[in-house]
Design a protein around this ligand. Sequence first.
Ligand SMILES: Nc1ncnc2c1ncn2[C@@H]1O[C@H](COP(=O)(O)OP(=O)(O)O)[C@@H](O)[C@H]1O
Ligand SMILES: O=C(O)C(=O)C[C@H](O)[C@H](O)COP(=O)(O)O
Length: 314
Amino acid sequence: MTDLVTFGETMALFAARRTGPLRFARDFDLGLGGAESNVAIGVSRLGHDVTWVGRVGDDEFGELIASTLRAERVDARAIPDPDAPTGLMIKGRRTADLIDVRYYRKDSAGSRLSPADLDPALIAGARALHVSAITPALSPSARAAVRHAIDAARAAGVLVSLDVNYRKALWTREEAGAWLRSVIADVDVVFATEDEARLIADTDDPDDPVALAKALGPRHVLLKFGARGAMELSDDQVRHAEPYKVTEVDPVGAGDAFAAGWLADWLAGADPDRRLRTACAAGAFAVTSQGDWESLPRRADLDLLRPTSEGVSR
Ligand SMILES: Nc1ncnc2c1ncn2[C@@H]1O[C@H](COP(=O)(O)OP(=O)(O)O)[C@@H](O)[C@H]1O
Ligand SMILES: O=C(O)C(=O)C[C@H](O)[C@H](O)COP(=O)(O)O
C-alpha cells in the first residue's frame, strides 16, 4: 500500500555552474528534475509512502533517476524504454537572477508513457493521486494516461490532486486551457499561480484572487503568489498565508515543493491552517538552493523557518 501515487516525466538535469550565455557555461551539475518526482521526494521526506511511475531511457540517465528516487525512499517504478532516451532539461543562468530552462524531451522515453503503464489497482489502493498538466502536453498516449489515472482514482474515491504547471514550451495557452477545463470537474485539489488559474476560470474579475479561486471549482483551491505567499479556498473558507523569509537562490521547484507540503499534511490529517503553513515552508525551502528538489524539508526542518525569522536558530 502506498499513500500517494504520482507519475510523469523525469529528466536528467544539467545546471550551468556559472552565469552568462549557456554556450560559455563550461561546466554543469548533473541531477534530475520532473514536476511529479519533485513532489514525490517532497512527500516522502515529510514521512509518507509514495509511488512514482514513469518511463526512462535504458541509459545512464534512467539509472540516475531510478537510483536517486529510491535513495529518497520513493517507490520508483521507472520503466526502462529500449526505444527512446531519457529526456534532458538544461538550466542556464543568463544573469545571477534570471534562470533559463530548456527542454530536450521530444519523443523521449518519458513522453511515451501510456495508460497500460498505470495499474488501476495501484491507484485504487492509495489515498491520493497527484498529476500535473505537464504530462498531457507530452504526447497523446501520456494525455490518455492522465485521464485513465484520474478515472481510476475517481472510481475508487481516491483524492485527485492537479498542479497546473503551465509550460509554454510544450503547448499553447488555448490547448492547455481546453485540456484543463476537460478535467477540472474530476479534481479535488488544484494548485495554480494566478496566471495559471486564468487558463481555466471564467470570471468577471480575473484580478481578484478570491473570485478566481471560486471560479475554478474544486473543493480545495491553492493559489500561489511566489515570494508573496499563498491563498487557499477550501469548503468556502479563504485562508491567506504569509511567506517565510528566505534568501531566494533559485525559484524553480517552489511550486512542486508547495504541493508536496500540502499533500503531506493532508495525508497526515493536519488542520487546514497548519497544512497551508507546511506548504509555504516547503516552497520557501525549495528556493534556497540551486537544485529543483535537493533542499526540500524533512519534518524537523519545518520549524526552522518563521515568517518573521531573523535567520538565527538557537
Ligand atoms: N522567495 C520566496 N520566499 C518565500 N517563499 C517562497 C518564495 N518563492 C516561493 N515561495 C513559496 O512557494 C510557493 C510556490 O511558489 P511559486 O513561485 O508561487 O510557485 P511556482 O513555482 O509554481 O510558480 C509560494 O506560494 C510561496 O509560499
Ligand atoms: O517536469 C517539468 O517539465 C519541469 O519543468 C520540472 C521542473 O523542475 C519543475 O516542474 C519545477 O516547477 P515549479 O515547481 O513550478 O517551479
